[in-house]
Every structure is written in C-alpha cells, then in structure tokens.
Design a protein around this ligand. Structure first.
Ligand code: FAD
Length: 138
C-alpha cells in the first residue's frame, strides 16, 4: 500500500497534520517509536488519576479558534495555573500582580505600585541581569 504522507511522530504536531490531511482526502501513515500516541502529552490512568508520563502539561492559548479546535478531540480538566513563590518564608504570587506588590510594599492600588516602580527606575543603573539584582532596590 502506498500513502500520500508518512508522518514520523504521533505527537500533537503529527496528529494534527495527519487529521487535517485525512480530512482533505489524503492517505496518511503515522508511525512512532513509542508504544503510544500523543507524544510528550501522553497520560496514563492509575487509580483514576491522570499521570503525565513525560511531565505535566497545561494547554494554554489566547486564541478562541485554537481552543475550539482542540476541544473537538478531548474534554479538558478545569485547571487554573496560579504559581506562588516562597521567598524567605513568605508566599508571593508569580508572575507579579497587584497581590505581589501589595504584599511587598504594603500598598493597595495600582497607582501606588506605579509610583514605587517609577521611583525605582530612577536608581537602577544599566540593564538588570535578573530578578535577584532587582531585589537590591526593594
Ligand atoms: C516536561 C515537559 C513539560 C511541558 N509542558 C508543556 C506545557 O505545559 N504546555 C505546553 O504547551 N507545552 C509543554 N511542553 C512542550 C510540549 O511537550 C511540546 O511542545 C509538544 O509535545 C510538541 O509536540 P510535537 O508533536 O512537536 O512533539 P512530541 O510531543 O515530542 O512528539 C514527537 C513524537 O515523535 C516521536 N519520534 C521522534 N522521532 C522519531 C523517530 N525518528 N521515529 C519514530 N518516532 C519518532 C516521539 O516518540 C514522539 O512521540 C512540555 C514539554 C516537556 C518535556
């Protein structure tokens, strides 16, 4: 048998390509050296818990059509990624938001945060290399 396309790798890229090509009337053979599809996104269910075999994966997009596209294939868990950082025993929201500024500077409004950031800009010389350097200005 011959195919229009041979797709090497059944990860999201190969799978989407194969699906779209097939929809357009092409014949596609997908192969993978792993014993499963889904590439790095592959999960195994153990005691009704989804285990991300190759590391946890969160699907994020700001594009409605992308979100609608992937939802035709799977039901997604509702998960809100809200990481916090432990700095000297205190928990801070990351990436920075008003909660972070409020906790660091004991302020309440974006205007107060803006005023402090403007003040700090005056004393920063050169290009800060990382966040640690910036802590010197707290
Ligand atoms: C630990 C970890 C966490 C991540 N977290 C996120 C996240 O939260 N959100 C996010 O958007 N992305 C995340 N990523 C990135 C995401 O995994 C990749 O962007 C995505 O898997 C890429 O899809 P892909 O189809 O190109 O490749 P892959 O998913 O890597 O699939 C490629 C497939 O091709 C197969 N293959 C490769 N070479 C051959 C060959 N020669 N012969 C046969 N088969 C072959 C492999 O076995 C594999 O199954 C994470 C990655 C890792 C490693």
């Amino acid at each position: 048998m011959t195919y229009d396309y041979l797709v090497v790798g059944a990860g999201p890229f190969g799978a989407v390509f194969a699906h779209e090509a097939h929809k357009r009337g092409k014949s596609v053979l997908v192969i993978d050296r792993r014993h499963h599809v889904a590439g790095n996104l592959y999960c195994e269910s153990k005691d009704d818990i989804n285990i991300h075999v190759y590391g946890a994966h969160i699907f994020h997009t700001s594009m409605k059509h992308v979100w609608e596209y992937v939802n035709q294939f799977a039901e997604f868990n509702h998960y809100v990624n809200s990481p916090v950082a432990n700095y000297k025993g205190e928990m801070y929201n990351l990436p920075f938001n008003m909660n972070t500024f409020s906790k660091m500077w004991n302020i309440r409004t974006p205007k107060e945060a803006e005023a402090i950031i403007t003040e700090q800009r005056q004393v920063i010389t050169g290009e800060p290399k990382n966040l640690e350097g910036w802590y010197g200005y707290l």
